[in-house]
Design a binder for this molecule. Sequence first.
Ligand SMILES: *Cc1c(COP(=O)(O)O)cnc(C)c1O
Length: 232
Amino acid sequence: MSREQEIADGLERVRSRIAAACADAGRDPEEVGLVVVTKFFPASDVKILADLGVTDVGENRHQEAQAKAAECAELPLRWHFIGGLQSNKAAAVASYSDVVESVDRVKLVTGLQRGAHERGHEVDVLLQVSLDPPDREGRAGADPAQLSDLAAAVEEAGALRLRGLMAVAPLGEDPAAAFERLAEIRAGFRADHPDADVLSAGMSGDLEQAIAAGATHVRVGSAVLGERPPIQ
Ligand SMILES: *Cc1c(COP(=O)(O)O)cnc(C)c1O
């Protein structure tokens, strides 16, 4: 089978899963955007995805993302940065990203603002909220209690647009329970920030549970593109 066919089949399966999950949740499939996570996969796969009508792709490592975005600059794609961010890389990430989904501390905002401003584009920002217990090692994402300070910092940055929240279900927990907590956190957040209505949640293994909990974007890698090559 050609790579084109393989990716087309994967995309078709994921789009059907999204449609079925929306039907189960009584939601319009138009409300749920698909971000295809292309990390570890080559730019040639990104080109195939664009040909198949994919509009949004996600990357989680700065150097790889920067190189791929440059190589695919002529494609009509929105680039989402979904990985852990170092503050000394924030300006560079904002220079090629259309959406930065993993903003989890105030320290990142200055760099993101500078990178977006220098490029002369507004960058959409999602605040990554942690669904892990507070003492979990390697916890990514802001504590829910920190969201309002973080939101205020993003709103003060003229080149950044606060669009909503992002989360990853913790390992070893039923994703439905985790996303139920997320839906509550989001309801509280939207009461203060009614325009920040994006909720990025759900991956290959748990997109149904995320859609049931109100996700407006799912980030799907392996279910579209296949198993990722091992980390070098
Ligand atoms: C890799 C990754 C995904 C996609 O994971 P799959 O299980 O391959 O769908 C989604 N979100 C984040 C933050 C990721 O790092």
